[in-house]
Design a protein around this ligand. Structure first.
Ligand code: G3P
Ligand code: MG
Length: 248
């Protein structure tokens, strides 16, 4: 299907990095945990190994969320796939591997879950990452509801658009920088995903008037979620899969 702002298949609640902080972020274990709380859409961070495999990791460096060291994007997938991306979180998740995008695609497709792929390039690899992630996503999701591709990096979205223009894109913003709306238009985005504090009546109206869906990250308090619902925004990305029942 062609996802547009009018033809919008995604649910209102999105689990951040799989299951927020309850499981090691960006692992299949986190997705499974988020799903156990009823979540049907997930956000994850995707970058490239040195040999071009798209996989899940937030930071450029391996240090914080695995037993590896150095820049992940400088290492081959054969080495990255051996790492333990669970022990840093807790013993229950010891040995949990870094997932390739293929693994996550299979999990989502077989369960009918939706995905938001945040293209999180290793610095300097923005265009390459946008291109490869879009190509892999188009291949993996062929004939299914596609993942929403988002990024803070316009170059990555530009490359994704050039590679697979039919995949839906969203511009991530952490400030209302000059030209954010025009950039999202130029990138052919269907949505804006903003730091939730940026949304107010004026910014929501600007985005909606320009035809964009409005999403927020990372919403972990009930008052913040209620404010965003009252503003008429479309979806929130949360760590608190344990606090927010996704059907609500
Ligand atoms: O995609 C929304 C959110 O994940 C953006 O921030 O740093 O948690 O990836 P970050
Ligand atoms: Mg992210």
């Amino acid at each position: 299907m062609q996802v547009t702002a009018q033809n919008w298949p995604y649910p209102r609640w999105v689990a951040h990095r799989g299951a927020g902080k309850l499981a090691p972020e960006n692992t299949l274990a986190a997705f499974r945990l988020g799903a156990s709380f009823g979540y049907r859409m997930f956000e994850c961070d995707v970058k490239l190994s040195a040999d071009g495999v798209a996989f899940l990791l937030h930071d450029a460096s391996l240090q914080r969320t695995s037993n590896g060291h150095g820049i992940a994007g400088e290492q081959a997938w054969s080495a990255l796939a051996q790492l333990d991306a669970g022990s840093w979180h807790s013993r229950a998740f010891a040995g949990e591997p870094l997932p390739a995008l293929d693994n996550i695609a299979r999990f989502c497709l077989r369960n009918g879950y939706f995905l938001n792929i945040e293209i999180k390039p290793t610095p300097g690899q923005e265009s390459l990452t946008g291109t490869v992630v879009a190509q892999q996503a188009a291949r993996l999701w062929l004939g299914a509801v596609p993942p929403l591709l988002s990024s803070f990096r316009p170059e990555a979205l530009m490359a994704a658009k050039a590679a697979q223009p039919e995949l839906p894109r969203a511009l991530l913003i952490d400030s209302l920088w000059s030209g954010w709306l025009e950039s999202a238009q130029a990138l052919g985005c269907v949505a804006i995903v903003a730091n939730h504090a940026l949304w107010d009546k004026a910014s929501v109206a600007r985005a909606k008037d320009a035809g964009f869906r409005t999403l927020s990250y990372t919403v972990n308090d009930e008052w913040a979620a209620q404010r965003l619902l009252d503003l008429g925004t479309d979806a929130v990305i949360t760590d608190r899969v344990d606090l927010f029942p996704p059907a609500a």
